[in-house]
Design a protein around this ligand. Structure first.
Ligand code: GLV
Ligand code: MG
Length: 308
């Protein structure tokens, strides 16, 4: 069986692994992905218990229709290996990916890949079945993002972690996801594009990180639209109020979707024998060609996946 590494991820819901109420509630929300967190949403003294709560939630919860991810702690801590062993041995059959935070170079991804392979062999899971999401959260990770994106066939996404990233580069803002005061342009543009290029060069998805002003839905929408406009596939959501907005922003509008399907139909006709095997055609006032077909396919693909 080959694993589908291109799963829907318009909204990726953060769920603290130490909180049984949130683990329960998350199951009823329309997020494309959930990630049950053992890292920064889990206090150090709660991590041990959270591993077991997560195993139980994965095995006994109803996560139908959702990509199931667990975020483990990063390799500079002493928690990572036990996070991985406990979660994958306990619930590997009900888990799609592990998220590895604060990735700094390719060896950190490879180390997780090797550990996963051993556990999969030991417990009789398909080898390579569990995917990896790599979070870029500091300057070293961003500088090495190309080698990180190429580090393992298990990789599915590169994920931007703005809170840790802003801290790591001394960006002068305390509002995660918002622009730092005093800078007249988009302070995130370079970082987002760098991540997107590395992801696309290796056929991975690119996911934008959290927006912490959870009651400011319009602020979330604006930041999400920026990432969606560049080509990102989805964004983290921290609150039920952000889920639908994220699903909407990372899906094409009905109008764009319909237009994309029209381009595909018109181009298919123009290049067919009945259409005269032409390399380009007119759709209303718009000239379309093979490159237009590719652009339309991106929008149509997302629209079909969103059920438009
Ligand atoms: C997420 O992990 C972040 O640091 O923004
Ligand atoms: Mg972080």
């Amino acid at each position: 069986m080959t694993v589908n590494r291109q799963r829907p991820r318009r909204s990726c819901l953060a769920v603290p692994g130490s909180n049984p109420r949130f683990l329960e509630k998350a199951q009823g929300l329309p997020a494309d992905q959930v990630f049950l967190d053992l890292e920064d949403a889990c206090a150090p003294l709660a991590k041990e218990k959270a591993r077991h709560l997560i195993v139980d939630a994965l095995n006994n919860g109803d996560w139908t229709g959702k990509t199931r991810v667990v975020r483990v702690n990063d390799w500079t801590t002493h928690w990572t290996y036990r996070d991985v062993v406990t979660v994958v041995e306990g619930a590997g059959a009900n888990l799609d990916c592990l998220m590895l935070p604060k990735v700094q170079d390719a060896t950190q991804v490879r180390a997780l890949d090797m550990l996963l392979t051993q556990i999969e062999k030991t417990v009789g899971l398909e080898v390579g079945g569990i995917g990896i999401e790599a979070q870029i959260e500091n300057a070293r990770g961003l500088v090495n993002v190309d080698e990180i994106a190429a580090a393992s066939p298990r990789l599915e996404t590169i994920v931007f972690g703005p809170a840790d990233f802003m801290a790591s580069i001394n960006m002068k803002s305390l509002v995660v996801g918002e622009q730092p005061p005093g800078y007249p342009a988009d302070a995130y543009h370079y970082i987002l594009m760098r991540i997107l290029m590395a992801a696309r060069a290796h056929d991975l998805q690119a996911i934008d990180g959290p927006y912490l002003q959870i009651r400011h839905v319009e602020g979330f929408r604006e930041v999400a639209r920026r990432a969606a406009a560049l080509g990102f596939d989805g964004k983290w959501v921290l609150h039920p109020g952000q889920v639908e907005v994220s699903n909407e922003v990372f899906s094409p509008s009905q109008e764009d979707y319909d237009h994309a399907e029209l381009i595909l139909d018109a181009y298919a006709h123009a290049t067919s024998e009945q259409g005269g095997m032409k390399g380009s055609a007119m759709l209303g006032d718009e000239m379309i060609d093979e490159a237009s077909r590719k652009m339309a396919l991106v929008v149509a693909g997302k629209g079909r996946a969103a059920g438009l």
